[in-house]
Design a protein around this ligand. Structure first.
Ligand code: NOJ
Ligand code: CA
Length: 535
């Protein structure tokens, strides 16, 4: 169980994920970078977020947009250099914004020196950093197809859970563990405040021998390639190393599961501070009954603090996936994200209501997973149009379009062609410039909710006194010491009539009518405070 008696900085932090290539370009090459990001720190400070998660920025061939790291000790020239990074950290800290960085421990790029040495010299100690064998077994990659690839100039195959260019590391090898500790130390020394550990329950701590099982339709179940025996010891060793070196460091794990029961064991005092709650965050469609059920389960069954988010670079944007492009629904979801119990993680662009970017053909797709599925479909004899359909379903580019700063071509992102979305119709997308001075905008609603979250300890630290659902109206009461907040969010498509308690001070509302009668419009929100407390 995670102890909640002493507060940690991250319990009172609203995080914001920056997809490095898509946030702000500074030099006109169409790729977001550290200088651009640093220039936007004032915007982020004004928005009110006080924690940033930045996706991988290390030198990389970018087969998987940086999740294929070729050198853990540097910055990819597309994103700048180490002094740009240091300056960014300094400037973020000067604004009281903490920074956590993404670390990929499961695999390295096949361009990494370890892998290059492993294939160029079969006697090299680096051969045992990876899994080479004479024949593949039946394991499949998470991007589709076999998880084995023949080495270019040798007789064996090597193991990769993701793209062939992302070779899995052998976490049974002590040298791998020590080398990765050196990586973590390097970035802690440069001032980072924590890590987001990529697919952390995927580490191969028990080899690659056992075959995965299949379901009745023949689809592979990842029964032996993740959550392997030894995984908890392995993660505990990593987390303990970090905490011994830097005790305030925040550790959030991407544990690849959508079931709460499988996420919960990874969170404890010796393991991760928090895990991403995909049981709620990655739901495919919005059903308030299910959302309520997940919140109740998280309250009852999760020992530590949950995380609350509905967006990331790996899933379609909530505006399209959950809100049917309805800005009122998006506002209600924002209220939930920022008032429910858990560490809130926002994803760039959600504050202005960005919807999915839909690449119109395979040439507009950048995501390796989509491109891989396109090819697999063609190999299976499907037509180009069927292959496009399958690729689009798998395509994670939907949430990766560059930030919409204004309505100009390429949204002021870059004067040249952006790395993604050259054909995207910027003019009819929401953008920052159009909302920044509009008090009724989604952006202002986010700002207000973030400010409230940061001001009111009950929203960060309090448990639920009440957590109930009545005909689509989600109600919860958050209490911390003498501060008692009441939150009502109407997820129903009709207005909800109620009797407002006049002794409750209204802190924030949307779609609220007070008097004759009191009601909340569909997707309306009311946040009130019992008056005896001081917020
Ligand atoms: C999870 C990351 O979020 C995703 O973008 C990436 O493709 C895989 N891990 C592999 O590193
Ligand atoms: Ca750039």
């Amino acid at each position: 169980m995670v102890s909640e008696t002493k507060h940690k900085w991250w319990q009172e932090t609203v995080f914001y994920e920056i997809y490095m290539a898509s946030f702000q370009d500074s030099n006109g090459d169409g790729i977001g970078d550290f200088r651009g990001l640093t220039d936007r720190l004032d915007y982020l400070q004004d928005l009110g977020v006080n924690g940033l998660w930045i996706t991988p920025f290390y030198p990389s061939p970018k087969v998987d947009n940086g999740y294929d790291v070729a050198d853990y000790f540097n910055v990819d020239p597309d994103f700048g250099n180490l002094s740009d990074f240091d300056n960014f950290i300094e400037q973020a800290h000067a604004r009281n914004i903490k920074v956590i960085i993404d670390v990929v421990l499961n695999h390295v790029s096949t361009e990494h020196l370890w892998f290059k040495q492993a294939v160029s010299d079969r006697k090299s100690k680096y051969r045992d950093y990876f899994f080479f064998q004479d024949e593949p077994n039946g394991r499949e990659s998470f991007f589709g197809g076999s998880a084995w690839q023949k080495e270019a100039d040798g007789p064996q195959v090597y193991y990769h859970k993701f793209a062939p260019e992302q070779a899995d590391l052998n976490w049974q090898n002590k040298a791998v563990r020590e080398d990765m500790q050196a990586v973590l130390k390097f970035w802690l020394d440069r001032g980072v405040d924590g890590f987001r550990f990529d697919v952390i329950n995927f580490l191969s701590c028990n080899g690659v021998g056992e075959e995965n099982s299949s379901d009745v339709s023949g689809k592979q179940i990842h029964s032996h390639d993740i959550d392997q025996p030894g995984i908890f010891e392995c993660i505990s060793e990593i987390c303990t190393f970090v905490r011994d070196y830097s005790k305030d460091c925040f550790l959030v794990g991407e544990v690849g599961h959508e079931e709460l029961s499988k996420l919960v064991p990874y969170q404890s005092d010796d393991l991760l501070d928090v895990v991403f709650n995909f049981n709620l965050g990655s739901i495919a469609s919005f059903d308030i009954g299910n959302v309520h059920e997940q919140l109740v389960a998280m309250e009852d069954r999760q020992g530590g603090l949950p995380t609350i988010f509905f967006n990331s670079h790996d899933m379609p944007r909530s505006m399209s996936r959950l809100c049917q492009n309805n800005a009122a629904h998006a506002a209600a979801l924002a209220a939930l994200t920022l008032t429910a119990r858990g560490v809130s993680f926002l994803y760039f662009g959600e504050e202005i209501g960005l919807a999915d970017f839909i690449p119109e053909n395979i040439h507009e797709m950048r995501d390796v997973q989509a491109i891989n599925h396109y090819q697999l479909a063609l190999d299976e004899g499907k037509t180009k149009s069927q292959a496009y359909g399958r690729a689009l379903k798998e395509c994670r580019d939907k949430s990766r379009l560059y930030m919409q700063w204004n309505s100009h071509k390429f949204s002021g992102f870059s004067s040249s062609i952006p790395w993604i979305g050259e054909g995207a119709p910027n003019s009819n997308m929401p953008n920052v410039e159009a909302q920044i001075n509009d008090p009724d905008s989604l952006l202002h609603w986010y700002k207000m909710l973030i400010a409230l979250r940061r001001e009111c300890p009950a929203l960060n630290l309090g448990r639920y006194d009440v957590l109930s659902l009545d005909k689509g109206l989600l109600t919860f009461v958050r209490r911390w010491q003498n501060q008692i907040l009441h939150i009502m969010i109407n997820f129903c498509d009709v207005k909800y009539a109620f009797n407002h308690n006049p002794s409750h001070e209204v802190l924030a509302s949307k779609g609220l009518n007070l008097g004759e009668p009191d009601f909340l419009l569909p997707f309306g929100t009311l946040i009130t405070r019992e008056v005896q407390d001081v917020c």
